[in-house]
Design a binder for this molecule. Sequence first.
Ligand code: F6R
Length: 613
Amino acid sequence: MCGIVGYIGCQNAIDVLLDGLSHLEYRGYDSAGVALMGENKINIHKALGKLCNLIEDLKKKDPKEIKSHAGIGHIRWATHGLPTLANAHPHSCNCKGLTLVHNGIIENYQEIKNFLTEKGVTFTSQTDTEVAAHLIAYEYGKTKDLIQAVSNATKKLKGAWAFCVMHKNEPDSIVATRKNAPLLIGKGNGENFLASDIVAIIKYTKKAIYLEDNQIAKITKDTISIYNEDLILTENKVESLPFEPVALSKMGYKHFMLKEINEQPDVIRNILQGKIKDEFSKVNLPDVNLDKKQIEKINRIQIIACGTSFHAGLVGKYIIEELTNIPVEVETSSEYIYRKTIADEKTLVIGISQSGETADTITAIKQVKEKNAHVLIITNRKESLLARLSDSLLHINAGIEVSVAATKSYIAQLVSIYLLAIYMAEKKDEKEEKLQTIKHELLMLPAKIEAVLSNSKKIQEIAKKYSSYKNFIFIARGINYPSALEGALKLKEISYINATGYAAGELKHGPIAMLDETMPVLAILNKGMVYDKVMSNCEEAYARRAKLIGVANNIDDKHKTIFDDIILIPDIDDSVSPALNITVCQLLAYFIAEYLGKDVDQPRNLAKSVTVE
Ligand code: F6R
């Protein structure tokens, strides 16, 4: 959440900052702001809402006023304080000599605010960030050295931060530091960069230095100096950035979300390449460092993740238990971290995160590492903080996902989990026949998803019909129970319709009280073990006059009449069906939100990377 970028060099800083921020906008869109180093002063420009508002404001300025060799920029996802101009970053000290941008949360800000208020500091915003600006300025007053001041100040802070700081007395440098929030330095030629995500700077450089927790960096146009927390000069590895600049284009689609849903078949082909040849060959996962002996030792698996990634983890429970006979627990990271951590060297902990930056998941993984569990990370960002904590890595390789609502990354997580489950079962010599079926289904999956995508028109018509409903229920059982949860999440996050997913068998234990003709129920019923059971739950819903939508590969003639609408998917083994069913739900959510005119790619209040607890 929040995106930060910094630049120093020979280009006009504002161009690099605005370009960088445009690639970070998925991290927040409550406000945007930049600070530009001027002649003996720092010029600040801020605007409320999306970045385009700031760009429009800047167009009205005299170009001379915004020309600068150095600057920092920010896009905000509000944590402390409303999305107002006063709360927008950058924040400055009272004399305006020091200014900074921040990503994270300062937990003890009230205590520091009280201390600084007693020293005569006045506050102009409701943010935790402003406290840091004043505190560093206060320390600067004592030391007259920005590195020392940042070091002294951050030692007094609790929480998470990535800061980029400028002082008018040190116009040829920017100081940066981080703790539990991402920040990297881009190394250029006669110019250097700072960013919370490589996408902001990948166009300008392929060399990056990742800052460790509590390190402090000072960048000038020609130098990068990194200090540890005792201010001893240290050297970090310069790494090659892993991918080419991405053309963040919608490729003719109205929204990134629709483009990303349509990319799903190719995403799967990409993942499978080199990992499965055919159903008779073994799965090859080169970055999973678990041999037969280690896998046989594992007596428990814990999957930790948030949101959509958590739902992928729930599918993982069904499939991994089925194929390996190892018990699997799945938990949201935010719950996992505030109770006793029970894990040991026989535990395999799987962290799933598209961004690899989710603060709660990072904290959870750090906790289990202390217990010597083997940590396997499934992520779309192999350079991320989370990937760096892994003992084994499954890079889902879905390409940059721009839409805030996760779609192709979910499918890629599912496929990666199937591969892992098969890989482990093969090492344990388990269930050969079933493994062949699943491998075959995975190889067929791209074509089957293409068949669902080609049915988009029908799903669009159904979406229009249901777009005026205020509530929605999704039901399913077994391995598709997570599909009901994920389908409901997709709908609520982009259309703001109140949607809830239930295990179908739970309907009669409470939720059925809500059913009447104003409540659509979407039921996922694959022809498999639980088909008849879910059908009985559909009958119960029908008897309460709920509108019924069936998503299935076949519905018996005798049951067809209870459904208001049926969306058919290709035949598929139950175990792999969540990937097909969710494609239907993603399209339905997309078309409903689109029909309602919602901001599909950037839904209100959400951010793509949740880097605060
Ligand atoms: C929903 C969505 C979120 C994320 C969650 C975890 O569409 O995108 O629920 O899944 O914030 O994010 P990652 O996977 O980056 O850890």
